[in-house]
Design a protein around this ligand. Structure first.
Ligand code: NAD
Ligand code: TYD
Length: 331
């Protein structure tokens, strides 16, 4: 199989590059990545020099880059995105452009190239807040912030390319991921970074918002399962069945690092904060996938990974510094 992985230098992308090559030694992987603040060739490690890996530095919104990267590929795993809710609230343009227009360009390129499978990676956030419910794949998409709304648009556009043009699209809606190489703007690596420096941890509101935590390796396995066994046109929730209030996650981070809970600082809530994400996972379970990583062991190992890779953490953090200074000032 010849894969194209968009966003292959980001968090989930670099883990997926490794996973695909480990599971399918005969496969080749081409990466199309613009290397925004969130992406880095460092994330590829040894895989950057693997002869099975080809890197193309380009923007998914550029039709020529999308076309030439797609040329000769059997399957596309479309991960490239502006993936941070807070940044999309601060300024929505980049999310709308990359997540919606960029997906449009990739779908067009895939159609021209006649690929066998297009895996569109959506998100559980497209459903909006799961207050008192757990969504199945037929629930309406009631996204409530610019990031999730741009992803909801892309999710439906991907489906439209199956219905209208017979492009063999499969869609996944994963829960919140955690694991090595996550960019330190997201809760877990940001709080590890700050706790290690004895800086306060800015908990939005009461910290009782609930997220369902999926280890990135379980996620990678789920993506291959859907690529290989998913029905074109269908969407598949990737639920971890591991719902935790943020404060529980934060206390575990502090415990693993041996830092005091006095670092917790409640700050002004995120506008339009989705209080809970929750999905049913029956459709993917029927394809034989279930999450395997135990919550506490997986989270502790992840926290340790960041603490053991301080140069990586610091370098990544510095690339996004401008945003952090503006977003967290006066919160
Ligand atoms: P990330 O921000 O860590 O990485 C995104 C990657 O895309 C980076 O390498 C970046 O350089 C690249 N990129 C951004 N804009 C680009 C453009 N215009 N052209 C080419 N490359 C571009 O994101 P992630 O956490 O790895 O998320 C990957 C995908 O999974 C996204 O589609 C996201 O919406 C989805 N998702 C993520 C999570 C999560 O918890 N991280 C949960 C559900 C769904
Ligand atoms: P985040 O990692 O940004 O993922 P998402 O918003 O896509 O779920 O945030 C996870 C949870 O942590 C979410 O409820 C918001 C909360 N959070 C904070 O309380 N403080 C922070 O500084 C960040 C980044 C997140």
């Amino acid at each position: 199989m010849r894969y194209l992985i968009t966003g292959g230098c980001g968090f989930i992308g670099c883990n997926m590059v490794r996973f695909v090559l480990s599971q399918q030694p005969e496969a080749s992987v081409r990466i199309l990545d613009r290397l925004t603040y969130a992406g880095s060739l460092d994330n590829l490690g040894e895989e950057a020099d693997d002869p099975r890996v080809e890197f193309i530095h380009g923007d998914i919104c550029d039709p020529e880059a999308a076309r030439s990267a797609t040329d000769g590929c059997d399957a596309i795993i479309h991960l490239a995105a502006e993936s941070h809710v807070d940044r999309s609230i601060f300024g929505a343009e980049a999310a709308v452009r990359t997540n919606f227009e960029g997906t449009f360009r990739m779908l067009e390129a895939a159609r021209d190239a006649g690929v066998q499978r297009f895996l569109h990676v959506s998100t559980d956030e497209v459903y909006g807040a799961a207050e008192g419910v757990s969504f199945d794949e037929d629930a309406p998409l009631l996204a409530r912030n610019p990031y999730s709304a741009s992803k909801a648009g892309a999710d439906r556009l991907a489906r439209a390319y199956w219905v209208t043009y017979d492009l063999p699209v499969v869609i996944t809606r994963p829960a919140n991921n955690y694991g090595p190489y996550q960019y330190p703007e997201k809760l877990v690596p940001l709080f590890v970074y700050r706790a290690l420096r004895d800086e306060p941890l800015p908990v939005y509101g009461d910290g009782m918002q609930v997220r369902d935590w999926l280890h990135v390796e379980d996620h990678c396995r789920a993506m291959l399962t859907v690529l290989e066994h998913g029905v074109p046109g269908e969407a598949y929730n990737i639920a971890a069945h591991n719902e935790r209030p943020n404060l529980e996650t934060i206390r575990l981070i502090l415990d693993e690092l041996g830092k005091p809970e006095s670092l917790i600082q409640h700050v002004t809530d995120r506008p339009g904060h989705d209080v809970r994400y929750s999905m049913k996972g029956d459709r993917l379970a029927a394809l034989g996938w279930e999450p395997q990583t135990p919550w506490e062991a997986g989270m502790r190992a992840t926290v340790r990974w960041f603490a053991d890779n301080l140069t990586w953490l610091e370098t990544a953090y510095q690339r996004g510094r401008d945003f952090f200074e503006k977003w967290y000032a006066n919160r």
